[in-house]
Design a protein around this ligand. Structure first.
Ligand code: PAF
Length: 282
């Protein structure tokens, strides 16, 4: 696996594959890799001839009171995992390569960025859209893969790609979970054992609400029950919401729906989401 830190080297590596007619996949990450990321890499290998993984802890998507300084950084372990998984190129730009002196551009996707996490983390999705647009221009992949755990992020990126006529496919990869159902996340390392045990309430609360709604129950009552389950487990709830799966606006009769939640336990903010499978109950 080639590891490159300068744009000129990244471009040279990718250009050689393009010249040979190879299809290139990009898996953007912030490192601290876990099996969720490795599922993206495996999906990338199936979707393309060459796989580029980027690791960049993007300061623009962290708010002033968020965990940028303490965000887990594990460059050596990450690099070994990626090499063992057969990744072709690791793109590891330093901050000054990504945002050189004088950098002044921000990409903002209105609507889908403004609700849910966007309302609780002002500026977060502008930071994500800006860095992802840069990564797409730097790597010029044929396909880029993102985890469905960050469902709103995926919706923002799909909107960005459609609006700017970017010529690449976006593939969402299903959330990977621990045996008890907790979604894999780099932030799970912050959970002390007691909070880790209680964190399972998040997927459980979503599952309870999903079954009630899918069976035709009152959505507001189901969401309230999920909030109560989370509070009883010690979570402070940012939101539990039922939305249209694509726009993240109000659900629309006959269109796919998604249940999304964000909540804090012991100072760690966790997010999760699941589809609402109304077909399961006919
Ligand atoms: O999902 C992430 O890890 C990040 O938000 C991303 C897409 C790599 C952009 O920094």
């Amino acid at each position: 696996m080639q590891t490159v830190r300068q744009l000129v080297d990244l471009r040279a590596g990718v250009a050689a594959w393009r010249a040979a007619g190879e299809r290139v996949a990009l898996v953007p990450t912030m490192g601290a890799l876990h099996d969720g990321h490795m599922a993206l890499v495996e999906a990338a290998k199936r979707a393309a001839d060459r796989v580029v993984v980027s690791i960049f802890v993007n300061p623009k998507q962290f708010g002033p009171n968020e965990d940028l300084a303490k965000y887990p950084r594990k460059e050596l372990a990450d690099s070994r995992m990626l090499a063992a998984a057969g990744v072709d190129l690791l793109w590891l730009p330093p901050v000054e390569e990504m945002y050189p002196e004088g950098f002044a551009t921000s990409v903002s996707v209105s609507g889908v960025s403004e609700v849910l996490d966007g309302a609780h983390r002002p500026g977060h999705f502008d930071g994500v859209a800006t860095v992802v647009a840069k990564l797409f221009n730097q790597v010029r992949p044929d396909v880029a893969l993102f985890g469905e755990k960050d469902w709103q992020q995926l919706a923002v990126i799909r909107r960005l790609v459609a609006d700017l006529n970017l010529e690449l496919e976006i593939h969402g990869v299903p959330t990977q979970r621990e045996d008890d159902g907790l979604a894999l996340s780099s932030r799970n390392v912050y959970l002390v054992p007691e909070d880790r045990a209680r964190a399972v309430a998040l997927p459980r609360a979503l599952g309870v609400a999903e079954r009630a709604i899918a069976k035709g129950g009152d959505p507001e009552a189901a969401l309230a029950q999920a909030r109560e389950m989370l509070a009883a487990a010690g979570f402070e709830v940012d939101y539990v919401a039922l939305t249209d799966a694509d726009t993240l606006g109000e659900p629309v009769e006959g269109r796919p729906m998604r249940l999304l939640a964000a909540a804090r336990i012991g100072g760690t903010r966790l997010i999760d989401n699941i589809p609402v499978n109304t077909n399961d109950y006919g």
